[in-house]
Design a protein around this ligand. Structure first.
Ligand code: CDP
Ligand code: ZN
Length: 166
């Protein structure tokens, strides 16, 4: 007999280099900054870490394997579409978001003025309630590449709950 857990925890991590002349997009929201992410896609570290946390909870492969650059189906896709696909796969497996907690590690700019906007957009993409999502900003205390403003990273943990059919 197969065992289906009622709760599944997942962890996601992502990091991108920051370079001048690019847009800085976090959770689908553009932050005013003189640097942005170097990536094939929009380089949205929060959305990428969210996808990996959901896939991780489901025991699936990671973002890069599920959405390869080489697959025309996903070429030019915004990272929000990856999040929606991850949620679709979770629902297919009988799971929905319990809650999600994210930490964005970025020397500057401050995430706090954008926090509510980022949370609200994440909530709309995930299709969950505002109270199920939390986003925090953290500096890297000037240490290493992130501390020098040359990179941004993001950590996410998610709890998926078995959906009860009523
Ligand atoms: O004081 P502590 O070392 O815990 O945190 P910090 O990295 O110095 O950041 C201080 C506060 O600034 C955090 O608690 C966040 O609320 C905010 N912060 C932010 O909004 N955006 C960042 N990129 C970094 C920090
Ligand atoms: Zn990424």
């Amino acid at each position: 007999m197969t065992h289906k857990p009622r709760l599944r925890i997942g962890h996601g991590f992502d990091l991108h280099r920051l370079e001048p002349g690019r847009r800085l997009i976090i959770g689908g929201i553009e932050l005013a900054h003189d640097r942005g992410c170097v990536a094939h896609s929009d380089g949205d570290v929060l959305f990428h870490a969210v996808v990996d946390s959901i896939f991780g909870a489901l025991g699936l492969d990671d973002l890069g394997s599920v959405f390869p650059d080489s697959d025309p189906q996903w070429q030019g896709a915004g990272s929000g579409q990856f999040v929606k696909e991850a949620i679709r796969q979770a629902a297919q497996g009988g799971y929905a978001i319990g809650n999600l907690d994210a930490t964005i590690v970025l020397q500057r700019p401050k995430v706090s003025p954008y926090k509510e906007q980022i949370c609200r957009n994440l909530v709309s993409v995930l299709g969950c309630h505002r109270s199920q999502v939390n986003v925090k900003g953290k500096t890297h205390e000037l240490v290493d590449a992130i501390g020098q403003g040359d990179a941004i990273s993001c950590h996410v943990v998610v709890l998926l709950e078995e959906q009860t059919i009523v």
